[in-house]
Ligand binder design. Sequence first.
Ligand code: K7E
Ligand code: CUA
Length: 635
Amino acid sequence: MKRWIVLSLAGVVALGLASQLPGCTASRGGSGAAAAQKVYVKPGEHDTYYAFLSGGHHGNVYVYGMPSCRHITTIPVFTPEPAVGYGVDEESKVMLGGFSWGDAHHPGLSETDGDYDGRWLFINDMPNARIARIDLKDFKTRQIFGPIPNLSAAHACPFPTPNTEYVFAASRFSAPVPNRYVKVEDYAKEFRGIIAGVKVDPKDGTMSMGFEILMPPFNWDLADAGKGPSHGWEFFTCYNSEMGFDSLEVKASQAEMDFVAAVDWRAAQKAVDEGKAKMISGVPVLDPQQVKGIAYLIPVPKSPHGVDVNPSGEYICASGKLQADVSVYSYAKMKAAIDGGKFDGDRMGVPVLKYEDVLEATVPVGLGPLHTQFDDKGNAYTSLFLDSQIAKWKVGPPWQVVDKIDVYYSIGHLMASEGDTRHPTGEYVVALDKLSKDRYLNVGPTHPEAAQLIDLRGPKMELLYDFPTYLEPHYAQMIKAEKLKPITVYPMVENHKPGAIRTAEEARIERKGNRVDVYGLVVRTHFTPDIVRVNEGDDVYFHWTNLEQDDDIAHGFGILWSSCNMQVEPGETKTMRWKAARPGITPFYCSNFCSALHQEMQGYIEVSPRGTPVAAVQRPAPEKTAEVAALLKTE
Ligand code: K7E
Ligand code: CUA
């Protein structure tokens, strides 16, 4: 979001500054000891919520505990993470697909019946149009789907449906579909937007391609799933319905109205199943010029950003970032207009509904409304970027703001506790601020991002706590901690990795031509084998199995003078490739503290000059395997 702010400010800067000034002179928030008590989690005790914050262009997910706001861990997703060997071991390297960055904006917890079920966390990589699935059983990235063909930048993504039937992606930028050489000036004629529905396997969460819909070449921005009565629909905002292709900061703000697209995803999937799609780049693509009844456009004033469906599923709230209102649309009115065929023309085959026919209310929230979240008492909370405030308003007549709170500064998304579900808990909201300015110790020109915990339980919102985050959370979600039961060791009985071994007797080094496979064990505090003999030029694949079944006993495997380091967790088998580039001795060691004799956990790779005879199979000496057997017993 940061990008458009700088540019789009021009038009509203006068208004914005005027309204920000009072905010700056107001109290800096927080109410001392009483507030401190509400975030204090005693040493040794646990938080009541997990919060998952997207890592932005850091490409990963930050895990925080709420209400203490403690950073618990970081889950590597789209970016290599050398400490654990993510993107270094063979499996995760393949999953990263040759990319070394991602720009992760929107975490999306899996849902059952419209509530978070604690199974998976999906997150988008906008620029490379990918979606990752993190398994919340072990907090590991298990699938990266994409780059999704035909789609340029998945920003409106993933926003799961109420039973995680689908996750979605819509193109932030438009491009020719299929991509080919055209003149940029032919934008309106040759470029297209894409809305993609990615299917999720209900058993194991595996993503696969469902359908794509050709949309007009607008900039598709954000999304939310319908629920309750609106289950079966997904809503997407867009800007640049002017179809500008340069100087968007001016050209994309000309029209009074942009749109929310309403997509009937069941109808889209049915059309694909009936063979109404044509294949483009291997994906079934539906063209609304030919296939009717899959997508509609609802006019929204002034370049909307967020779109959010309220917990009952009756209302769709969209905020024009260059206006001072939230536009609330009624799902029932939308359905009636569609069923009655009341359209105001179409844009490239997508019927346009009439604003007045679908609008339920406009709520005068303040300047720069971006995103809306909800509580359990029928209130909505809208972030106001320009005002640096959150506005609390009643969902329903008289559609009025009931409270406001200052935030520091320039809020983007906000995250309410279970705020995207049918049953938000109404305890907290976290402001995800884009600018931290002077809130923390100065660390030079790159300021940390800022987040602020706000209590929703009283009649007035109360600022409890500030916490800095590393670059750059956009969106976040908060789930009750009791819903997650992560494992702490991988049961050895479930380890079916091809490289896995279970006893020291199975440890061996096998050579076929230039390829050497080392099947080894790591266990406190020994590598078996700890002497590895190879030839210059060999490709060495180390398959280490950590036989431990105790909590928190991960071993590391780091090789000197290389980029090779990884962590092997209890019960896990991981494979890493190392090239024996030149003759000599190369030590390796356990890089992860594991016990009193951690420092002794080491070994040597002996690389003999090319052509030196080396046995086809090497096994540790019997007395060595006996030693290891003894180690295993003493555990
Ligand atoms: Cu508003 Cu990418 Cu959802 Cu930035 S986005 S804040
Ligand atoms: Cu094993 Cu340190």
